[in-house]
Design a protein around this ligand. Structure first.
Ligand code: PGA
Length: 240
């Protein structure tokens, strides 16, 4: 269950979240708990998470290790502040910051090179869904993102299906709609690894709908924005 905090939380707020959460989830062994935070909060967040079963991730990275790239942050820098995961190609990055399948692919390889587990996001817009383009869009995004990926890489990769029309809108894909796309994505993956790859659903996941969504055979977890900002709510997502 991955929280995507987006542009929320100062370092202190991030650390306080973990301090409140950790004692309540110390006996959770059957789920991966991950909090993805803004760059500025990562050091304090991972310091607070030391000795807990909570993992820390970033929300983006740049593909070069270092250099004259003002404002960017690299995979080795994320590793140095305790990240083990990184979200790549979130729809907000695609929509507002020019992310493309080609840049997603470069970032994926940068993450893999430095042993960061990449969470690759794909998903269609409302216009694309209404135009019956969902499967074509998803296939293009998957093919673009994973170009050049070989079998040794696949088990480190996590995919998140996030229909853009369901993100932050309160509109969730129905479990059947989500399952249909998850199954489609799994079919696009190499057969020998497909069942081992975790495919997360994202888009208005909340305590009220988490159980039904996670009950679908091809949904392996969630990527959650709004409902992961408060400890009580995140805890309900873990203990559904
Ligand atoms: P949401 O965001 O849960 O607030 O819809 C999900 C996401 O963008 O990852």
């Amino acid at each position: 269950m991955a929280g995507n905090w987006k542009m929320y939380k100062t370092p202190t707020e991030a650390a306080d979240f973990v301090k409140a959460l950790a004692p309540q989830v110390k006996d959770v062994h059957d789920k991966t708990m991950l909090l993805c935070a803004p760059f500025t909060a990562l050091q304090k967040l991972s310091d607070a998470a030391v000795g807990t079963n909570i993992a820390v991730g970033a929300e983006n990275l740049y593909w070069e290790d270092e250099g004259a790239f003002t404002g960017e942050v690299s995979a080795p820098m994320l590793k140095a502040v305790g990240c083990t995961y990184v979200i790549i190609g979130h729809s907000e990055r695609r929509q507002y910051f020019g992310e493309t399948d080609a840049t997603v692919n470069k970032k994926l390889f940068a993450a893999l090179k430095h042993n960061l587990l990449p969470i690759i996001c794909v998903g269609e817009t409302l216009a694309q869904r209404e135009g019956n383009e969902t499967f074509k869009v998803i296939e293009t995004q998957i093919n673009g993102a994973f170009q050049g990926v070989t079998n040794s890489h696949w088990t480190s990769i996590i995919i998140a299906y996030e229909p853009v029309w369901a993100i932050g809108t309160g509109k969730t894909a129905t479990p059947a709609q989500a399952q249909e796309v998850h199954a489609f994505i799994r079919k696009l993956l190499p057969k020998d690894v497909a069942n081992d790859i975790r495919i997360l659903y994202g888009g208005s996941v909340k305590p009220e709908n988490v159980k039904e969504l996670m009950g679908q055979p091809d949904i392996d977890g969630g990527l959650v924005g709004g409902a992961a900002l408060k400890v009580d709510s995140y805890l309900k997502l873990i203990k559904y």
